[in-house]
Design a protein around this ligand. Sequence first.
Ligand code: NAI
Ligand SMILES: O=C(O)/C=C/C=C(\O)C(=O)O
Length: 479
Amino acid sequence: MDIQNFINGKYQDPIGDAWLENINPATGEVYGRIPDSDERDVELAVQAAQAAFPIWSSMSIQERSAILMKVSEGIEKRLPELAAAESKDNGKPLKLATRVDIPRARDNFAFFATAILHDSAETHDMGESGFNYTTRKPIGVAACISPWNLPLYLFTWKIAPALASGNTVVAKPSEVTPVTAALLGEICNEAGMPAGVLNIIHGLGGRVGTPLTEHPNVPVISFTGGTQTGAAIARIAAPKFKKLSLELGGKNPNIIFADCDFDDMLKTTVQSSFANQGQICLCGSRIFIERPIYEKFKQAFIEKVSKLKVGPPSEDSSQIGALVSEPHLNKVMSYIKLAEEEGGTILTGGERVKLDGEHANGYYLRPTVIEGLEYTCRTNQEEIFGPVVTLTPFDSEEEVLTMANSTTYGLAATIWTSNLKRAHRVASRVESGIIWVNCWLVRDLRTPFGGMKNSGVGREGGFEALHFFTETRNVCVKL
Ligand SMILES: NC(=O)C1=CN([C@@H]2O[C@H](COP(=O)(O)OP(=O)(O)OC[C@H]3O[C@@H](n4cnc5c(N)ncnc54)[C@H](O)[C@@H]3O)[C@@H](O)[C@H]2O)C=CC1
Ligand SMILES: O=C(O)/C=C/C=C(\O)C(=O)O
């Protein structure tokens, strides 16, 4: 199955007629081709988006909202098809794509389609001397660049607020998982979105992402992906004074106090460690356990993790699917080797899983739990982004905060305790943009979402996302 770029409302081959292979991670087989686009395709897409901007930005909020709601409904109508495509492209269990990824893509559009109906701007009254009012106007052509781990989920998380605010978009999905993004073009056409409002260019980061972020007519960029890529984009954007939102990597602490609800914590910790094969920037990859329950937790956790079924994504019984690609599998496995070199003990997992038949060459890895590492070692400091977690005991709040805050990242943290005062105290001192107490990945799309330190710049979600894609201006009137 070949996919094409989506420019000005039409599907078309890349100008250079160059193509990349698309691989099914569950089997290791090539199952289609994707455009290996270059700066010429980017140029066409930016021109189409520029031409569509006056039309889209001058539509009433109600008209834009209605079209975006139809996109949401279009995603809902095609949910089984989109979920199957996502699972095949990414290797994630079909049931996860069906229950989480595609419903969230639907909700992203519905959320921002309705949010614009409720947005408002401030006024600042200066009494008898004057009066200020603030306006927020769409900026122009927005670049939205997204990764492979939650493909349509994160693609739409950027595109929906950019479009809802009245911008037009040139979007680049990951070359590793492009298929559901390609299908979104059809859904937008069916929803009556004017041509050129959303353009989707496929290809590599260097050949598509770089000319897109460098483009003089693209003043605003929203990116989710690796921290190094975020830094490269920031280097391009800074001297051109582009508006930039970066949602980057994490090395998230999961802090477990002895007084927590053990069963709830255990069940959720299996999820927060290994959901989506551990390939979510919010996964809690460093688990810190208060010493009195360390051994109890370790035994119970290993028992549960070793029973997780690694299997073909299409099978309902599979709890862990395939990692996204062979290079990524190799990267994750190299970290397991490093952990052993650094003195870690593998308690469960650590090896590749060989399935039968057509899945024999898929990229399967057993969920891996490691203990005995210093909190300062590379395994505990660098983002692995796979089904690998470490266990570390602690004796005091002070100690666990030192360890939790020791990385260059600051995306998410989870705290397990039944002591409310402690929960607030630790939450206020842990260096993370997103903190969950006694839960994980419970999402309210109105809340600010993003990281501190090397985990990013800016916040997505709610009105923050809508306002990011606008130019704020103040008008001061002398009375
Ligand atoms: N949300 C997150 O936190 C994610 C983190 N990662 C981390 O990043 C590591 C590398 O994964 P990759 O897939 O290589 O992520 P990446 O950061 O290279 O890719 C994300 C997106 O950026 C694009 N891109 C790459 N280079 C670019 C450039 N110079 N300019 C503009 N766009 C560019 C890619 O084509 C893709 O669409 C992973 O092993 C993981 O540790 C990866 C995906 C998501
Ligand atoms: O918005 C969410 O619920 C989750 C976002 C997850 C990422 O940004 C990620 O894994 O990269």
